[in-house]
Design a protein. Structure first.
Lengths: 264, 132
C-alpha cells in the first residue's frame, strides 16, 4: 500500500519517539514527526484507501472500525502526553504531505505555543454524575392513604396517587440537578479551566442511570489526589448520585488555543 | 426515594485509567469517542478529509444522546444549550460547503434514529388507510 495521506495526532514542542516506538498507530505504522517553527507534529503515514475522504466516510459509520481507530488515536496521544504538554488533534485530521503540516505549524505557531503554555504541567480529569434513583418507586410511600378518604372512589385515589408521584418525581429531579450544580461548582475550585460536556447516552456508557453531569477539569498534575478526595467527599454528601472519576487524560477538552473559540 | 449506590471514585479512577498509561484499552469507549471526535483541535483548510463528515458523526452521537427519554426525564437540555451545536457552530461547519447536502444528510440521520426507537414516545401521525 502506498501511503499518501498523513494523519496528525498532536502538536507538541518536542518528543522522544523511543517510548512510542512499539505503539502502532491508526494505520498500523509507527508514528513519526514533522517539525517546523520550534514545534513538532506527531504524525503517521496512512493509505488513502482506508483514510481518504471516501473511505473515511464509509469507515466512520462502522463502529468496530471507529472504535479501533479512536483507541489507536488515543493511545498515541496518551503516550506522547506523558512527555510534556500537547495539543491533541481531532480524529481524522489527514494532510496531503509534510509541507502543508509545516506550513500549518508555522502559521499557527503563536497559537500553539500559547495553548501549550496553558496546558503545561496540567492534565484533564473527567467527572460524571449519574442519577441513581428509581422514579417508579418514588412517591409511593407518601400516598397509600388515598383510599381512606371519604367519598373518593378508586379513580380519584388513583389520580391523587399519580399526582403525588409526579410531584415527588419533579422534586427529586430538581434536587438531583441542583446537586449536579453544587458538585460542579465545588470541583471547579480545583481547576484552572473547566468544560461541561453533553451527558452521554446509556448506549455509550452501558449504564442505565441517566447521566446528569459530564464535566472536564484542567488540573495541575499535583492536584490529582486532592481532587479525587474531593470527588469522594462529594459522593458521600450526595448519596442519590453516583460519581465517576476518570483521568488523567491528555487535555482533549482544552485543546482549543486561546479562550473558548479555539483555532478553527 | 433514592437509592444510595455509590462508587469509590478513587478506586474507579485507578481502574479506569491507571492501567491505561501504556495501553488505553481499559478506558471507556464512550469517553474516548467523546474526546477524540468532539474535543480535539479542529484545523480547517488544507486537509484531505472533509470536516463535515466528522461533524455529522458527532451530531449523530449527540442525537442518540439527546433522544433519550431518561435524559429528558431529569430535564437535561444541555444538548440544546451546547454552543457547539448552536447556529454559529453550524454555520462554521457548513462554511463554504453545501448546506443543502448537510441538511439532507441530517434529516436522513434523524429519520434513521427515530425509526430505531419507534416504540418510544415519538409523536407519530396516524396513518390513514388510503382509499379502498
Amino acid at each position: 500500500m502506498e501511503p499518501n495521506g498523513i494523519w496528525v495526532y498532536a502538536i507538541t514542542e518536542r518528543v522522544d519517539l523511543t517510548p512510542v516506538a512499539q505503539i502502532r498507530g491508526v494505520g498500523g505504522r509507527q508514528v513519526r514527526t514533522v517539525a517546523a517553527a520550534g514545534l513538532t507534529a506527531v504524525v503517521e503515514d496512512v493509505g488513502l484507501a482506508e483514510f481518504g475522504e471516501e473511505a473515511l466516510r464509509r469507515n466512520l459509520e462502522d463502529l468496530n472500525w471507529l472504535e479501533a481507530t479512536a483507541r489507536a488515536h488515543h493511545e498515541v496521544i496518551d503516550a506522547v502526553a506523558q512527555q510534556g504538554p500537547l495539543v491533541p488533534m481531532r480524529l481524522a485530521t489527514v494532510y496531503s504531505g509534510d509541507a502543508p503540516i509545516a506550513t500549518m505549524l508555522t502559521e499557527r505557531g503563536a497559537d500553539f505555543r500559547s495553548a501549550l503554555r496553558r496546558i503545561r504541567g496540567r492534565v484533564e480529569w473527567g467527572v460524571k454524575a449519574y442519577a441513581d434513583r428509581q422514579p417508579e418507586a418514588s412517591g409511593d410511600s407518601a400516598v397509600t392513604a388515598g383510599a381512606s378518604r371519604p367519598g373518593s372512589g378508586a379513580g380519584a385515589a388513583y389520580l391523587q396517587r399519580r399526582r403525588n408521584q409526579l410531584t415527588a418525581q419533579k422534586n427529586a429531579r430538581r434536587e438531583t440537578l441542583a446537586s449536579a450544580d453544587i458538585i460542579h461548582a465545588e470541583l471547579s475550585r480545583y481547576a484552572a479551566e473547566t468544560r461541561v460536556h453533553t451527558p452521554q447516552a446509556p448506549q455509550l456508557t452501558g449504564i442505565k442511570a441517566p447521566m446528569i453531569l459530564n464535566a472536564a477539569y484542567l488540573l495541575d498534575s499535583a492536584r490529582g489526589e486532592d481532587f479525587a478526595a474531593a470527588v469522594a467527599a462529594l459522593a458521600d454528601q450526595h448519596p442519590g448520585l453516583r460519581l465517576e472519576l476518570t483521568g488523567p487524560w491528555p487535555p482533549y477538552s482544552f485543546a482549543g488555543t486561546g479562550g473558548e473559540g479555539g483555532l478553527t | 426515594m433514592t437509592t444510595a449506590r455509590m462508587m469509590q471514585p478513587g478506586a474507579e479512577a485507578a481502574q479506569a485509567y491507571g492501567s491505561s498509561l501504556g495501553g488505553g484499552q481499559t478506558a471507556n469507549l464512550g469517553d474516548i469517542l467523546e474526546r477524540v471526535l468532539d474535543k480535539g483541535l479542529v484545523i480547517a483548510g488544507d486537509i484531505q478529509v472533509n470536516l463535515l463528515d466528522i461533524e455529522l458523526l458527532t451530531i449523530k452521537l449527540r442525537l442518540v444522546i439527546a433522544s433519550l427519554d431518561t435524559a429528558r426525564e431529569v430535564g437535561i437540555d444541555w444538548w440544546e444549550r451546547d454552543p457547539w451545536l448552536s447556529a454559529k457552530a453550524f454555520d462554521r461547519a457548513a462554511d463554504g460547503r453545501d448546506l443543502e447536502r448537510e441538511n439532507q444528510q441530517l434529516r436522513e440521520r434523524v429519520k434513521e434514529l427515530e425509526s430505531g426507537r419507534s416504540n418510544r414516545e415519538i409523536p407519530r401521525t396516524g396513518r390513514k388507510s388510503r382509499g379502498t
